[in-house]
Structure formats: structure tokens, C-alpha cells
Design a protein around this ligand. Structure first.
Ligand code: SF4
Length: 180
């Protein structure tokens, strides 16, 4: 049972969060980060070979207090949504075609991504809500280390389309492992 809340604080304090972030960033060189298993070298921004068309840095379409999420997430001050561009699913019926297929958004490094999290928390959002995060988990972990250093302590919502790999999910669990 974790004594810290949110539980990622304990991972940060033990150094495990930084270790996972480093491992995950390194894995971008031969990316099998989701069920697509592309083996693209994303560190070299070899995005033409990656289904998700995302290289070393995540692209973010928008970051804002979302008052249209489910009631339990939005509360009174909104859910602190960070909307990632591109997608490892790209459903033909996607309502966010300009973001998921066309990649509307801009690249953000770990400092900027961490600042987005902290800004949403400062605004009073009840959580940090990563939308379409499956292809950018390494970048999220890298930025989360910086955000926690900056004082982040909000719960995190992993708002996934669920086309994740077990290895990636293992990077996210705080207690135990994901069962096969
Ligand atoms: S995260 Fe992107 S590059 Fe990596 S396996 Fe999935 S779709 Fe391919």
C-alpha cells in the first residue's frame, strides 16, 4: 500500500520515476511503445516509419481546464486536459480528425510539458488529464519528473484509446505489475 498520494510521488522519491523515464526515452530508438510495434527510431525523428508520426518530442494540440469531461473528472474547476497530437489508432470515424490524423499541434519539450501540468494545477484543475497519451508515454514520464520537482501533486488521468502495450503499461503502474 502506497503511503503517498498520488502514488507517483513515491516513485519519484525513490528514484524509480527517473529510472523509468530514462528507460522509456531510450526505448524510442527502436519503438515498440504500443501495439503497433513499428520499430521506428524516434530519437532520430524517423517519424515516416512510425505509425503515430511522432518523433523525440510530443506534440500538443491544446492544454486547458476541460469543463466538458465526465462530472467526476471536471468537478468545479475543470479537468486539466493536455491534448496530444497524432494517434496510434487513427480511427476512421475520429471526431478529432485534425488532431489525430493531421497532427494539428506543436512540439513541446519536457520543460514546456511540465510547465503545462503545473499551470493547470495552479489554475485549480482537479487532475492532469492526458488525452491520447499511448504514443508519448516516454515523453510524459520525462516531463512528470520535472513537474514533480516543481511541486506537482495532482492525480493523473491516463485517457487512453487502449491500444497500449503491456510493457508501456508496466511503466505506469505504481504497485505491483500488470498481469499477463
Ligand atoms: S508508439 Fe508510435 S512508433 Fe511506437 S510502436 Fe506505437 S505507433 Fe509505432
Amino acid at each position: 500500500m502506497s503511503s503517498s498520494y498520488p502514488a507517483y510521488l513515491e516513485l519519484f522519491q525513490s528514484g524509480e520515476l527517473a529510472r523509468r523515464a530514462e528507460k522509456a526515452i531510450g526505448s524510442l530508438a527502436d519503438c515498440t511503445g504500443c501495439a503497433r510495434q513499428c520499430h521506428a527510431n524516434r530519437l532520430a525523428d524517423d517519424s515516416p516509419n512510425s505509425f503515430c508520426r511522432t518523433g523525440r518530442y510530443a506534440l500538443v494540440s491544446s492544454s486547458f481546464p476541460h469543463h466538458g469531461e465526465e462530472t467526476c473528472l471536471r468537478g468545479t474547476h475543470g479537468s486539466g486536459t493536455i491534448f496530444f497530437s497524432h494517434c496510434n489508432l487513427r480511427c476512421v470515424f475520429c471526431q478529432n480528425f485534425d488532431i489525430s490524423w493531421q497532427g494539428q499541434g506543436r512540439p513541446v519539450g519536457p520543460d514546456r510539458l511540465a510547465a503545462m501540468m503545473l499551470g493547470l494545477e495552479e489554475h485549480g484543475c482537479h487532475n492532469i488529464n492526458f488525452v491520447t497519451p499511448s504514443h508519448v508515454v516516454p515523453q510524459i514520464l520525462e516531463a512528470l519528473c520535472l513537474a514533480v520537482e516543481g511541486g506537482l501533486c495532482s492525480p493523473i488521468v491516463y485517457n487512453t484509446g487502449s491500444y497500449d502495450s503491456l510493457e508501456t503499461l508496466r511503466l505506469l503502474v505504481t504497485n505491483g505489475t500488470v498481469d499477463r
